[in-house]
Design a protein around this ligand. Structure first.
Ligand code: DX5
Ligand code: ZN
Length: 218
């Protein structure tokens, strides 16, 4: 069995047929629903918010992996937890009191993730890595689907693997942006254990098959 988790991003789904796309993921080999929340401030785009997350959760039979691309995410952690989030990932760049924010996520009974923008070195997580369940390395600048994968990401994955090993952390490395069947195996080899895939899944002729192909790459 593959130990690579696949998290299709609902940002690339058809919002007019969201239930259909949720069912497709339910019946596929995907592991998580990746839910991208954008506030138009931290990132230059607005996606959707709590009611849409709730609506997805009403039909989803797999965990919601909620990626908060918002300023002051601590204001909304409880709402997203109530809306079904099992993993709550905040951005390092959006949290001046990151340690406290991570504890808040854990107090809500969710898994805690921290995301890093492409310009943010992995080493900034040194003092919190032991508390994390997930490290999300952005392989594009957050805000939009369908962007080109940044090759430097491979180096960051290796650095994250070393940091996790040194600290004894159980954190899973997740990669987000420009991921598809062309680079999934290399990302796994570098140390990634969860892959977000938006356009490569939803824009493919057979999304269920593409998810199966991604899952089989290890
Ligand atoms: C980008 C989001 C991603 C996005 C990925 O800001 O965090 O999750 O949906 O889209 P693709 O897979 O199309 O690059
Ligand atoms: Zn994302």
């Amino acid at each position: 069995m593959s130990n690579l988790l696949i998290a299709p991003s609902m940002l690339a789904s058809d919002f007019a047929n969201i239930q259909r796309d949720v069912e497709m993921i339910n019946h596929s080999q995907a592991d998580w629903f990746h839910i991208d929340i954008m506030d138009g401030v931290f990132v230059p785009n607005i996606s959707f918010g709590i009611p849409v997350c709730e609506a997805i959760n009403r039909h989803a039979t797999k965990p919601l992996d909620v990626h908060l691309m918002i300023m002051q995410p601590e204001r909304y952690l409880e709402s997203f937890r109530k809306a079904g989030a099992e993993i709550l990932t905040v951005h390092y760049e959006a949290c001046p009191h990151l340690h406290r924010t991570i504890q808040q996520i854990k107090d809500l009974g969710a898994k805690a993730g921290v995301a890093l923008n492409p310009h943010t070195p992995v080493q900034v997580l040194q003092d919190v890595i032991a508390d994390l369940d997930l490290v999300l390395i952005m392989s594009v600048n957050p805000g939009f689907g369908g962007q080109k994968f940044i090759e430097y990401t491979y180096k960051k994955i290796k650095q994250a693997v070393a940091l996790i090993e040194q600290s004894g952390s159980q954190a899973v490395i997740e990669i987000d942006g420009g991921v598809g069947t062309n680079n999934a195996a290399l990302l796994y080899e570098a140390g990634a254990r969860a892959l977000v895939a938006g356009s490569s899944v939803f824009n493919s002729p057979n999304p269920t098959q593409t998810i199966a192909t991604l899952k089989k790459m290890t």
